[in-house]
Write a protein that binds this ligand. Sequence first.
Ligand SMILES: C[S@@+](CC[C@H](N)C(=O)[O-])C[C@H]1O[C@@H](n2cnc3c(N)ncnc32)[C@H](O)[C@@H]1O
Length: 205
Amino acid sequence: MHKQESFYRQAKKESFRARSAYKLFDIQKRFNIFKRAFYILDLGCAPGSWLQVAKKFAEENLIKYKDQFYHRDHYKIMGVDIKKVSPIESIIIIKADLTKLEIQEQIDSFFKNKLDLILSDASIKKTGNKFTDNIRQIRLCNEILKLVETNLKYKGNLVIKAFQGSDFDNFTRKMKYMFRFLKSYKPKSSKKKSNEIFLVGLNKI
Ligand SMILES: C[S@@+](CC[C@H](N)C(=O)[O-])C[C@H]1O[C@@H](n2cnc3c(N)ncnc32)[C@H](O)[C@@H]1O
């Protein structure tokens, strides 16, 4: 069976909304991004499989850190997408463009606190022109980085999808100033021919 097909079947069997769920599991396995994560923002969240994964780990954290210094008695997860996303219990989903200023008000009024983890699998609609697609994706990533700057707590973590190509190195450099640890990573379930790559920033400075 083709690898992508097998991830698709697995997602269906485990009732994840998309096979992208396994990219996030893979990133978690490698970098433990959900460590002590209770306040989580997922940008470009439709159809919602990363939200499902985030909820799973946040719920586990409620138990895992019980009686520990880092314990919290609740979690908060918000998803944002231009597309409509079917509801997920205990998660707030906002239908909005993340590049618009109004999103900051929604973040403030829901979290009322800095975030432990920001996830972004947001991607532009590809036109097929690699050069302009790369530039548009990095422009979107730069908008996301502004939200990260304002909302991610000191020592918080970030996962962000970028496209390898022009501007990628500049963007990576920019992220290097923001995090103590920065790695680029292509999960196993990411299509080989796709130029998508995830940047993982741990411990925001
Ligand atoms: C690959 S999908 C995300 C899949 C998701 N992580 C999951 O596992 O279900 C990328 C999403 O980014 C969203 N997106 C792109 N630009 C956006 C923007 N400016 N504001 C909000 N969402 C955006 C798209 O609508 C699309 O749903």
